[in-house]
Design a protein around this ligand. Structure first.
Ligand SMILES: [Fe+2]
Length: 374
C-alpha cells in the first residue's frame, strides 16, 4: 500500500498520511498549516484516527500544522531532537520507531540540509518506503547554505544512510517543483544530478555555488515551526510567554513548561497526591512532591524540604497540579522559600466541562504532552 500523498501548491510541499488498514491508525508527515482543513477532511473520509504528526525538520518555507493537529485530531507530535522544536511531545532520536496500529516508521538521522534533519522508513508488507524531507529530492537535494546545513554531512547522509536502503525502496520527497511524485533509491543512485558519479569534493563545490535566494518565509516560518506552528493559532504567541502573577514567578502554558523541561532549564514538579498520580496518570519526567495529601488533604509536612532540594541547583521550578489551583499555592510557598517557581496553567486535567468531565478543557493531557498511567 502506498501512502496518501498530498500537495501544497504555494510551497510545493508534499504531506504524507500513512495508515494501518486494519486499525485505521494514521501518522502524518510534514503537514502544512494552510492545508489543515484538507488534511482533517482526508482523515475523516478514510475513517482514520491520527496518532502522530511528525516533522522531517524545522521547515523554512512553510509553517507546520502539527500543533493544530494535536488540538483538532488528538494526535501527538514528534520532531527530530536536533531541530529545537521544544513543543513536540516526543523528541525523536535516530533509530527510534513510532507505532500506529500494527505499522511503524523508523527515524533515520540524516543531517545536512539541517543538522537535525531526519528521514522516515516505512516497511508495509514487502513494500519499502522512505520519506526524505529535503535530504533527498527527485534528481536533487535540499540546500545546505543556512539553518545549520552542511554539504559534507548531506553527502554522507545520502550516500551512506539513504543509499544503504534497498534499491526498490520508494522515495517520497518533501518537495517537487516539477510535478514528479516519487522516485526510488535505485533510480536516485543512478540519475541524481547532484550526486550520481560525483566525488565528495564535486558535490560540496556544487552545493556551495547554488546561489539560491533566501526563502521568502524563513524569518516567519522557522520560529513558528519551533513552536509546532502554534503561532498560527489564535493566541498562539501567548502560549510561549510567561504571564505575570502575584507572589510567584509567573504562569506558564503546559507547552512552555514542557519546552523548558526538555531544554534542561526547569524541573517539573507534580504537586498532586499519590492517589491522583496513580489513578489519573502522571508525567514520566516529573518529580512527585505533594502539596497536600490524603487522608484529609492535610498539608504535606515534607513539602518545604522537598522543594528546596529540587530548587537547590538554581533551576526554574514548574509546578503541575490537577487544574492549576494547588500549584499556585505551592508556587507561592516555593517563592517564599527563595525559589524561582512557576504555575502551570490548566494543570494535568484542565477544568471540568459543562458535564463535570475533566480532560476536555485544556490541561497537560489534552495538549498532547507526554504522560502515562501506572
Ligand atoms: Fe527544508
Amino acid at each position: 500500500m502506498n501512502p496518501i500523498q498530498l500537495f501544497d501548491p504555494v510551497s510545493s510541499t508534499y504531506t504524507y498520511i500513512l495508515f494501518d488498514e486494519a486499525s485505521r491508525d494514521a501518522l502524518i508527515i510534514d503537514p502544512v498549516a494552510e492545508q489543515l482543513q484538507r488534511d482533517l477532511d482526508v482523515l475523516r473520509e478514510h475513517g482514520l484516527t491520527l496518532r502522530w504528526a511528525i516533522e522531517t525538520h524545522a521547515h523554512a518555507d512553510h509553517v507546520t500544522s502539527a500543533g493544530l493537529l494535536v488540538e483538532h485530531a488528538g494526535a501527538r507530535s514528534a520532531a527530530p531532537e536536533g531541530c529545537d522544536i521544544g513543543t513536540a511531545a516526543v523528541q525523536l532520536q535516530g533509530g527510534q520507531e513510532l507505532a500506529f496500529g500494527s505499522q511503524k516508521v523508523l527515524a533515520l538521522h540524516t543531517p545536512g540540509h539541517t543538522a537535525g534533519s531526519m528521514c522516515f522508513v516505512w516497511q508495509n508488507g514487502s513494500a519499502h518506503h522512505v520519506f526524505t524531507g529535503d535530504t533527498l529530492l527527485i534528481q536533487g537535494c535540499g540546500r545546505t547554505d543556512f539553518q545549520s546545513g552542511s554539504p559534507e554531512a548531506l553527502h554522507h547522509s545520502i550516500t551512506q544512510v539513504l543509499f544503504a536502503l534497498p534499491d526498490q525502496t520508494t522515495v517520497w520527497p518533501g518537495h517537487d517543483y516539477q510535478g514528479r511524485t516519487h522516485s526510488s533509491i535505485g533510480a536516485e543512485k543512478q540519475n541524481n544530478a547532484r550526486i550520481a558519479g560525483k566525488s565528495l569534493a564535486e558535490f560540496v563545490n556544487i552545493m556551495n555555488n547554488l546561489n539560491l535566494p533566501k526563502p521568502q518565509r524563513i524569518d516567519e516560518a522557522v520560529p513558528a515551526n519551533r513552536l509546532s506552528g502554534l503561532r498560527q493559532d489564535a493566541g498562539g504567541d501567548a502560549l510561549m510567554l510567561v504571564r505575570p502573577a502575584q507572589g510567584y514567578a509567573g504562569d506558564v502554558s503546559p507547552q512552555l513548561a514542557w519546552a523548558w523541561v526538555q531544554a534542561g532549564e526547569a524541573q517539573l514538579v507534580d504537586v498532586r497526591t499519590d492517589a491522583e498520580r496513580t489513578w489519573v496518570g502522571f508525567v514520566p519526567d516529573a518529580h512527585a512532591l505533594a502539596w497536600k495529601q490524603w487522608p484529609g488533604m492535610a498539608m504535606n509536612p515534607e513539602f518545604d524540604a522537598g522543594i528546596q532540594t529540587l530548587g537547590a541547583g538554581g533551576q526554574k521550578l514548574v509546578l503541575l497540579c490537577r487544574s492549576g489551583v494547588r500549584s499556585i499555592a505551592a508556587a507561592q510557598r516555593a517563592t517564599e522559600l527563595g525559589l524561582q517557581a512557576y504555575n502551570i496553567l490548566e494543570g494535568f486535567e484542565g477544568d471540568p466541562d459543562a458535564n463535570a468531565h475533566r480532560g476536555l478543557m485544556g490541561g497537560w493531557r489534552m495538549r498532547g504532552l507526554p504522560w502515562r498511567q501506572s
